[in-house]
Design a protein around this ligand. Structure first.
Ligand code: LRH
Ligand code: MN
Length: 389
């Protein structure tokens, strides 16, 4: 049995954190979307920036796309470009929340014509998966209502069941759909997929190719997310994560920046069930917006935060913990976990990076690369990418 440090390094070396293409474009809030120099103008430049994060962390080998924000003529060419940059195209995200027709919803809209339009978009996303070689379709619906009586809650669920069944039917070999829930926003009375239970119920009804995505910013304050992780894992319905962090609502801040202890507790649940690796069937993704900070360094820092939380979780003395838990030794059990959490794992990760032929400090190495200056001088003209909200 190898020592805990070696075991930790083996798991960390194989860890993959998928990056969101939209994190490299301009983003903001309803108050303001701030622009930044050097921001990509198209999905090719977004992928080039994502490849920088992988080049310095060695742990971000795939990029999630969002349609139509990443719409291109030739998705095969985009996939080839990604491969050329040393990364691959990962999850395909649908978008049925930015069209005027979707004011009262998309797949849950009272008008069957609007539901047809939304379904056609979801089916188009599966066509794109065929072209990019992606296995995951991620569905998040902004659908909901703002006032009691606006629409029938049961009726909207029935419409959702119908559309999800049609999309599920379309999935090809090795493909699956990941259903993402969110408590509120942009809807403020009901959200049609508001919590893990609703997402789980729909995925159960659909079948084995449907699983739940946990976006860490999509819960009521005080929600114990690692509990949801444990339950969905138990049921074989945990499909992935949209990692980010928040102080209040869906703030989409850098994962681990607002609540590093929560991230550690989540990773502890996953490590203790040995489902951190790329063959775990769990898609580990970031879903963030760098509204005021530099985007590529923001993504590098975020990947490092996940690596640090994972490394701490991998250093939990599982034997001592199990012994204390079995003995009902509450303080000892808590102390074992806190010892790991309070361990400075930065030297371990720096050592691992050097063993991987990477710089010990990815932030410093990227800053010294001149890439930021190069894209600022090169990317002049054209329309900067953004949410287009
Ligand atoms: C919704 C969400 C979803 C994405 C969007 C970018 O809040 O988390 O995952 O489609 O952000
Ligand atoms: Mn999300």
């Amino acid at each position: 049995m190898s020592d805990p440090i070696t075991r930790a390094k083996t798991v960390l070396a194989a860890q993959n954190i998928e990056l969101p293409s939209w994190a490299f474009g301009n983003s903001g809030t309803r108050f303001k979307v701030f622009t930044q120099e050097g921001v990509p103008r198209d999905p090719f430049e977004k992928i080039a920036d994502a490849a920088q994060v992988n080049a310095y962390t060695g742990a971000a080998g795939s990029v999630a796309l969002h349609i139509p924000w990443d719409k291109v003529e030739d998705y095969g060419a985009l996939a080839a470009h990604a491969a050329n940059e040393g990364v691959r195209i990962g999850t395909i995200n649908s978008n049925t929340f930015q069209d005027d027709d979707y004011m009262l919803g998309s797949v849950c809209h009272p008008d069957p014509k609007v539901r047809r339009k939304a379904t056609a978009h979801l089916l188009e996303c599966v066509d794109i998966m065929d072209a990019t070689g992606s296995s995951d379709l991620k569905l998040w619906f902004a659908d909901g209502t703002n006032y009691p009586g606006q629409d029938t809650i049961a009726g909207r669920q029935a419409r959702l069941v119908e559309v999800l069944a049609e999309v599920y039917e379309r999935l090809g070999e090795g493909q699956r759909l990941l259903l993402e829930y969110k408590l509120f926003e942009p809807s403020f009375y009901t959200t049609d997929v508001p919590d893990w239970g609703t997402a789980y119920a729909h995925c159960l009804k659909l079948g084995p190719k449907a699983q739940v995505v946990i976006d860490t910013g999509h819960h009521a304050p005080g929600t114990n997310i690692e509990f949801i992780v444990a339950i969905l894992l138990r049921e074989g319905k945990l499909g992935g994560f949209d990692f980010n962090s928040r102080f209040y609502a869906d703030d989409d801040l850098m994962v681990g920046s607002a609540d590093p202890f929560q991230l550690f507790r989540i990773m502890h649940e996953l490590v203790s069930q040995e489902v951190v690796g790329p063959d775990s069937g769990i898609a580990y993704m970031l879903d963030q917006c760098h509204n005021i900070e530099a985007k590529i360094p923001g993504q590098i820092r975020s990947v490092m935060n996940v690596q640090e939380a994972t490394a701490k979780a991998l250093l939990v003395d599982a034997e001592a913990l199990a012994k204390a838990q079995a003995a009902g030794d509450v303080l000892e059990a808590n102390a074992v976990l806190m010892d790991a959490y309070n361990t400075d794992v930065r030297p371990l990760l720096a050592e691992l990076r050097e063993e991987q032929g990477l710089a010990a400090d990815p932030m410093r190495a990227y800053a010294a690369s001149g890439y930021a200056e190069r894209i600022t001088s090169e990317r002049v003209g054209g329309a900067q990418a953004g949410w287009g909200a």
